[in-house]
Design a protein around this ligand. Structure first.
Ligand code: ATP
Length: 458
């Protein structure tokens, strides 16, 4: 049983009844309407997959003008409506005009049931494709808005980041391949998207591939596509990422994770600017701008024969090194504020700032996971905090601190402040966080210990 919803509009009651009798055996819902002037109201409250519309409603008028009028009205209310016109026998010219005016098809009166059925079935298919296309367009709009929002602001005012912005300015417009280097979470993908957005290819796709997440066996099919039947799971023809990125930018993340045989395959594709789908000999030309990223030491890997030198030289025309967050401590407060605003809104919490001690604590931490780790730390703090100012104790770090925070004190490495901080931590831990006892042992008053706790973000 078909599920389509069909509306039949005709002034002839016998025809309407006959239509319903036949069509209800094949479709989910059949509505009838004698009076076309009621169409606008009807269409505001109901949606139909196909509207079967007569061309003439006034007795003895066969010009079809009424049909055109109502066709226009329907398309005005719903531009994606699928309208099949009912035309009088012998008026093919009019039917052609109707299709030009936006009707999807026509049937001749009196119709043969089987023919009507076939026409309505293809009209339904058309409707379903139109709906799918609309859904994809809507999704794309949302995704684009989302990405633009997410990647719009690259936050940073530190000298290190200003240098990065300067490089983006200079290279974005060129078609040069760019290699982005940096630790995890430093914003490599963010920068790659910014390069694309500011390039001449901005209106074409930005396609991102995480090479670390693709298994060796699927590598070729993912990147170059495949034809139906080329391997067990290849149920249909499918384009690969190179083809989809055609005209745009291909972002290959984690390029340091590729095995040597895959590096060779990638190099061939990049060098020739051509690929062929797995299982096919047809050559497809591709025009892409390549941006690669990794957190691995590619130059050392070349020395150790783990990464092909010729591939490195293909991808590193311009090299952009992103600083670790600990190398741009000045940016920590603004990044933290940015995420505080974002998450306070998301979780509907009335938290509006960090205490000074909290900011100090964030500035002192080493951030091995960089901006991503900071983002998660602020999110967690926003969720957990009961106060409207975030405090140092709202931040827990899972990763061990760098040497500066180890408790082994070596005099070459530390200045007096470091030693004081470490000592206070140790004594506090010994007294399970009891400030009075810790102050006694340290020979300080409670308030001067508090001052130091604040100062060191403890
Ligand atoms: N300068 C920045 N300003 C604002 N947000 C940033 C900045 N740098 C990174 N981020 C945010 O940090 C998160 C991680 O960024 P991104 O995924 O670009 O890092 P990555 O270096 O590609 O990470 P990985 O190496 O793990 O793939 C993202 O949510 C991104 O929006």
């Amino acid at each position: 049983m078909n599920t389509g919803r069909i509306l039949v509009v005709d002034d002839n009651e016998d025809l309407l009844k006959a239509a319903r009798l036949f069509l209800k055996r094949h479709f989910g819902q059949i509505d009838l309407e004698k009076d076309p002037t009621l169409l606008p109201d009807l269409l505001k409250n109901e949606s139909y997959d196909v509207i079967l519309l007569d061309m003439n409603f006034t007795q003895d008028v066969n010009s079809g003008q009424e049909g055109f009028h109502w066709l226009d009205k329907i398309l005005e209310i719903d531009p994606s409506a699928v309208v099949v016109l009912i035309t009088a026998f012998g008026s093919v010219d009019m039917a052609v005009r109707a299709i030009k005016a936006g009707a999807s098809d026509f049937v001749m009166k009196p119709w043969e049931n089987e023919k009507l059925l076939a026409t309505l079935n293809s009209a339904l298919q058309l409707k379903s494709s139109k709906t799918q296309i609309q859904q994809l367009k809507d999704q794309q709009e949302i995704l684009k808005a989302d990405l633009d929002e997410k990647f719009k602001d690259i936050i940073g005012q530190s000298p290190n980041m200003i240098q990065v912005f300067d490089t983006i300015d200079r290279v974005a417009e060129t078609d040069a391949n760019v290699l982005v280097l940096g630790e995890n979470g430093t914003g490599k993908e963010l920068i790659a998207r910014a390069l694309h957005r500011n390039s001449k290819r901005a209106d074409n796709p930005f396609i991102s591939v995480d090479l670390g997440a693709i298994s060796e066996s699927l590598f070729e099919s993912e990147l170059f596509g495949h034809v139906k039947g080329s391997f067990t799971d290849a149920k249909t023809d499918r384009p690969g990422r190179f083809e989809i990125a055609n005209g745009g930018t291909l972002f290959l993340d984690e390029i340091g994770n590729l095995t040597l045989p895959l590096q060779a395959k990638l190099l061939t594709a990049i060098q020739n600017k051509r690929i062929s789908r797995v299982g096919s000999n047809r050559i497809i030309e591709v025009d892409i701008r390549l941006i690669c990223a990794t957190n691995m030491p590619l130059y050392d890997m070349v020395q150790n024969s783990e990464f092909r030198q010729d591939l490195l030289y293909r991808i590193n025309t311009i090299e952009l090194r992103l600083p670790a967050l600990r190398e741009r401590v000045e940016d920590i407060p603004i990044l933290a504020e940015h995420y505080l605003k974002q998450y306070a809104k998301k979780y509907n919490k009335d938290i509006y700032k960090f205490s000074e001690a909290a900011i100090k604590r964030l500035e002192k931490y080493q951030w091995p996971g960089n901006v991503r780790e900071l983002q998660h730390a602020v999110e967690r703090a926003v969720i957990m905090s009961r106060d409207n100012v975030l405090q140092p104790e709202d931040f827990f770090f899972n990763t061990p601190q760098q040497p500066k925070d180890n408790s082994d004190i070596s005099l070459e490495q530390y200045n007096l402040e470091d030693v004081e901080r470490i000592l206070i931590r140790k004594v506090l831990a010994k007294h399970n966080g009891n400030v009075t006892h810790a102050a006694q042992e340290l020979g300080l008053t409670r308030s001067s210990l508090y001052r130091r706790l604040e100062k060191y973000g403890l």
